[in-house]
Write a protein that binds this ligand. Structure first.
Ligand code: GRF
Length: 225
């Protein structure tokens, strides 16, 4: 007898996570999805660095891990081709970048069009790239935060899904800002993945859509102040 799938039955959404570092965001996803209240399931964690602590977090949670060392490949194209091949053995519906310190080739980004998310520690489009907390302080900004976005060929530039906004206090340092931003990251990344897994979030021609409505240029905004 073939399995009968009722149309209203939530389908599982296998997710592959790519990381290079400590995996704080991965841990937040593990914790958020462990009660099975979301169809999101972390199918595998892949790192380009064998010493990434995120791999240990994955193993502790019983999640499959793989290491693909970029230094063993001649150039970005060759590495990204091998990475696609590895990711696709897990047949994920969604791929999430969680501190994956590699610039991806256009071919990679196109392959996962509409099913590739990233998190960035700033209120994009402000402060693309590195050292965002330091740059916010140097500019004297009063607001800061983090952003989840669909990945497109423009670095840190795809349609925004959700942003959390915090206020910058007089006594803040890059370290205190990083801490408060990370707390928000750990809320909004699982939230965005949950929306995607539930079929509520999609990339459409005009941008990111949530519950069938086109999101504004900043995505769904959460004031965490
Ligand atoms: C986070 O700040 C994220 O915004 C950026 O990389 C960092 C990863 O941190 N893309 P973690 O490894 O998830 O703790």
């Amino acid at each position: 007898m073939p399995d009968v799938v009722k149309p209203d039955m939530p389908q599982g959404c296998d997710v592959v996570v790519l990381l290079s570092g400590t995996g704080g965001n991965l841990q937040a996803m593990i914790d958020s999805f462990k009660d099975n209240s979301s169809p999101a399931r972390i199918r595998a964690v892949i790192s380009n660095r064998a010493d990434a602590y995120g791999l240990e977090r994955a193993r502790n949670a019983g999640i499959e891990t793989r290491v693909l060392d970029h230094t063993a490949y001649e150039g970005r194209e060759a590495f990204d081709t091998a990475l696609i091949e590895l990711i696709d053995t897990f047949a994920p519906k969604l791929v999430v970048l969680a501190g994956f310190m590699r610039i991806l080739t256009p071919g990679f980004v196109r392959h996962y069009h509409g099913r590739l998310l990233n998190i960035h520690p700033s209120l994009l489009p402000l402060y693309k790239g590195l050292h965002t907390h330091q740059r916010v302080l140097e500019a004297g900004d009063t607001l800061h935060g983090c952003s989840v976005h669909f990945v497109t060929e423009e670095l840190d530039g795809g349609p925004l899904v959700v942003q959390a906004v915090i206020s910058v206090e007089l006594h803040d340092t890059p370290a205190t800002l990083a801490q408060r931003v990370h707390t928000q990251e750990h809320l909004i990344y699982p939230l965005a993945i949950r929306w995607f897994a539930e079929g509520r979030l999609a990339l459409i021609e005009q941008g990111a859509s949530l519950n069938g409505q086109l999101l504004g240029p900043s995505g769904h905004v959460i004031q965490a102040t």
